[in-house]
Design a binder for this molecule. Structure first.
Ligand SMILES: Cc1cc2nc3c(=O)[nH]c(=O)nc-3n(C[C@H](O)[C@H](O)[C@H](O)COP(=O)(O)OP(=O)(O)OC[C@H]3O[C@@H](n4cnc5c(N)ncnc54)[C@H](O)[C@@H]3O)c2cc1C
Length: 214
């Protein structure tokens, strides 16, 4: 992927990566993004779902969303996705850290107006979050499509940053009687909770169980 100075990792550059494979793998493992943009000189960073197809991210929401209305004007935007893999507990307060995989992507968005393309982008978002759901649910009515704004964010350039491994302490601190190591963490899906008005006899779909056990 192309990288200019804007996207080059300067702080601990060895943790930076710019190849599409690494960046897409992180984007595909997550589904929550934080979208940054400026409005009248005020930066906003708004959490939102996304889907990915090649170098495009799809964002959606209410047609009244300020974030989407601002982004569709083509203002420069920055999308960041973070996966936390562990708390890195060092012997000194200073050397505590996190294990993580994150992506910072720069680009601009455009509104998708054509209904079939809009539906396809919504399918991409839905399948990105929980694969298999789109084929089961009722598709959007025309009025629902109208009430939904869908944007295509074209990634112009992006960086990934990845930290793995144990804490790195000062040599003299390894002798301290302080427990140190990594506390691995991950997002975990619990047992599905059926809605109280579900039609009798329906089992939890396989794709829901697959998501839970992924
Ligand atoms: C879960 C998590 C927790 C973190 N906690 C802290 C913390 O508490 N304190 C702290 O200082 N830092 C923390 N970081 C690291 C932080 O994201 C920055 O990398 C770091 O602060 C350096 O920022 P900078 O603006 O000086 O980076 P620079 O290296 O100057 O940034 C230049 C460019 O590098 C890229 N870049 C920078 N950081 C990232 C990133 N994380 N992922 C992808 N691309 C990146 C961007 O394109 C950016 O424009 C954390 C990261 C994660 C993922």
């Amino acid at each position: 992927m192309n990288v200019t100075e804007r996207a080059r990792v300067r702080r601990i550059p060895k943790r930076g990566a710019y190849d599409s494979e690494t960046i897409y793998a992180i984007l595909d493992a997550g589904f929550l993004a934080h979208v940054g943009f400026c409005l009248d000189g005020q930066p906003f960073v708004i959490p939102t779902l996304y889907g990915r197809s090649e170098e495009k991210l799809y964002l959606h929401g209410s047609a009244a969303s300020r974030m989407l209305r601002q982004l569709e004007t083509g203002v420069p935007a920055c999308v960041s996705v973070t996966l936390v893999d562990g708390l890195v507990l060092a012997r000194s307060a200073f050397h505590h850290s996190m294990n993580y995989r994150s992506v910072v992507a720069f680009g601009t968005a455009r509104k998708i107006a054509e209904p079939e393309m809009k539906k396809e982008a919504l399918r991409v978002i839905s399948e990105h979050v929980i694969a298999g759901r789109w084929n089961e649910v009722r598709g959007p009515y025309e009025k629902e499509l109208k009430a939904t704004s869908v944007l295509e964010f074209a990634i112009e350039e992006a960086s990934a940053k990845i930290r793995t491994g144990p804490p790195v302490d000062e040599e003299e601190d390894y002798a301290l009687g302080v427990w140190a190591g990594v506390l691995p963490v991950e997002l975990e899906a619990k047992s599905p909770v059926p809605d109280s008005r579900i039609v009798d006899g329906l089992e939890v779909p396989q794709y829901v169980l697959r998501f839970r056990n992924r």
